[in-house]
Design a protein around this ligand. Structure first.
Ligand SMILES: NC(=O)c1ccc[n+]([C@@H]2O[C@H](COP(=O)([O-])OP(=O)(O)OC[C@H]3O[C@@H](n4cnc5c(N)ncnc54)[C@H](OP(=O)(O)O)[C@@H]3O)[C@@H](O)[C@H]2O)c1
Length: 256
């Protein structure tokens, strides 16, 4: 884990979904280390609360709210906690997602399609629908980062719902950036390449991204902290002229 502690996110109040493990947890640690107050969301309460406690014990500011991004009510509750605990929201990292290497498209169950679209697309939709009104009300602008994937740019086999979902995340990102740019809200997506997390390590079929790793110019998986660094930059004022972007953190995978 990189611990630069440059104060990159000093004073920022940032909501992170999918914070109980992987890229989200690495981002929570990094953002807090860089001076942000973080509001963490995921379904599993124990790892989420343990992480918030770890951050507070290290002198950071963190709140944890267990919830499901597919539920608008749960997302609304997390946004409310950002206001109650820290007085508002300056940035959001909408990172919760899920996908499993499945079967051919014609053999994929409708329920699998629904679940993958729900978590990856409706989850981001729910977040945007509750974060943006607060940012508009605050009149201080804001920055939002959504987690897409190299699967949001090109297809890999037996992953049709995930490929469709991550393409949709890029579409939502561009639409929101276009609509709210003049009102001070930047919206970007991370095009994440294969990253060593539960998604790639615990999935018995290798996770949705593992075959893509072989395409990467750097011929390796990312560490979650490397993705967190890009998310931190996009949440910071240093990326002030970047919006509507699909920012690759993929070891060069999308270049070849
Ligand atoms: N790892 C890769 O190779 C890779 C590559 C490209 C893109 N991505 C994307 O990166 C993001 C993070 O994944 P990861 O690799 O860090 O995997 P991970 O360790 O499995 O993390 C996924 C996170 O999303 C949360 N989550 C899943 N469903 C949720 C729901 N319905 N509501 C709220 N939280 C939910 C999980 O927490 P709970 O289970 O506690 O809810 C967990 O914190 C995802 O969007 C994934 O698609 C990953």
């Amino acid at each position: 884990m990189y611990t630069t502690s440059s104060g990159l996110l000093h004073g920022k109040r940032i909501m992170i979904t999918g914070a109980s493990s992987g890229i989200g947890a690495a981002s929570a640690r990094l953002f807090a280390d860089e001076g942000a107050s973080v509001v963490l969301m995921a379904r599993r309460e124990k790892p989420l609360c343990d992480l918030a406690e770890e951050i507070r014990a290290a002198g950071g500011r963190a709140a944890a709210v267990a919830g499901d991004v597919t539920s608008p009510g749960d997302v609304e509750r997390v946004v409310s906690v950002a206001v109650e605990a820290f007085g508002g929201l300056d940035a959001a990292f909408n990172n919760a997602g899920w996908g499993a290497r499945g079967t051919d498209l014609h053999e994929t169950a409708d329920s699998a399609y629904d679940r993958i679209m729900d978590v990856n697309v409706r989850g981001v939709w729910n977040c945007l629908r509750h974060q943006i009104p607060l940012m508009l009300d605050q009149r201080t602008g804001g920055t939002i980062v959504n987690t897409s994937s190299t699967a949001g740019l090109f297809a890999t086999g037996a992953l049709a719902p995930y490929v469709a979902a991550k393409h949709a995340v890029l579409g939502l990102t561009k639409a929101a950036a276009a609509e709210y740019g003049a009102r001070g809200i930047r919206v970007n997506a991370l095009v994440v390449g294969t990253t060593r997390t539960g998604l790639t390590e615990q999935n018995p079929r290798g996770g949705p991204q593992r075959p893509v790793a072989t395409r990467a110019i750097q011929h390796r998986m990312a560490d979650p902290s490397e993705v967190a660094q890009a998310a931190a930059w996009l949440c910071s004022d240093r990326s002030s002229f970047v919006t509507g972007g699909a920012v690759p953190v993929d070891g060069g995978c999308s270049a070849v």
